[in-house]
Ligand binder design. Structure first.
Ligand SMILES: [Zn+2]
Length: 186
């Protein structure tokens, strides 16, 4: 069935119509020359675990994240129901997409120290904001949700998204801050 937008997405909420053709192309262009792993990590960072509905999905308009329905998410990213199902299952279990790079010997050059420094300072910034009550990165149970910090990180520095996947950010956080904070994403 064709939606109002003319795309076979099954979306009734005009999620896709909110994106111009140019913006839709820009979304797909992000995937050019990216590995499956990088694409997985990117998509994963755009899904958020919630209560009701269980997940929220986002698509980027330039640097802004916009909530879209699951059908629109699949259509806009030219991905599949199966791939998104797998990612939400991982998110449900607070796991991250596996990083295959090491296994196949295509290891990237080591992350530059300034990237680590940026992550580190952002994490300090987030926990400070949390401590002084300027921002809440915790869920209803008061448990820190690292993914929310990561969302802010990529919101503030979208160009970092491919250098620092959610997986990298989470691993770094657990290694350097994990002893002090109980996190949802353990
Ligand atoms: Zn929709």
């Amino acid at each position: 069935m064709m939606g109002r937008s003319g795309f076979k997405s099954g979306c009734d909420m005009n999620c896709i119509l909110n994106f111009t053709k140019h913006e839709r192309v820009a979304i797909l262009r992000k995937f050019a020359n990216k590995s499956k792993d990088e694409i997985d990590n990117h998509l994963y960072s755009l899904i958020e675990k919630r209560e009701k509905p269980k997940f929220t999905y986002h698509a980027l308009k330039g640097e802004e994240r916009h909530v879209v329905c699951r059908k629109a998410f699949i259509s806009l990213h030219n991905t599949s129901t199966k791939a998104v199902y797998r990612l939400t299952k991982l998110l449900e279990k607070d796991q991250v997409p596996e990083d295959f790079r090491g296994k196949h010997g295509h290891q990237r050059s080591p992350r530059p120290q300034w990237v680590n420094d940026m992550m580190h300072h952002h994490m300090l910034y987030c926990v400070s904001l949390q401590d002084i009550g300027r921002h809440d990165f915790t869920d209803d149970a008061g448990v820190l949700v690292v993914n929310r910090m990561y969302q802010l990180f990529v919101d503030m520095s979208p160009w970092m998204e491919y250098d620092v996947s959610y997986y990298v950010y989470l691993r770094y956080f657990k290694r350097h801050f994990g002893g002090h904070y109980s996190t949802l994403d353990v």
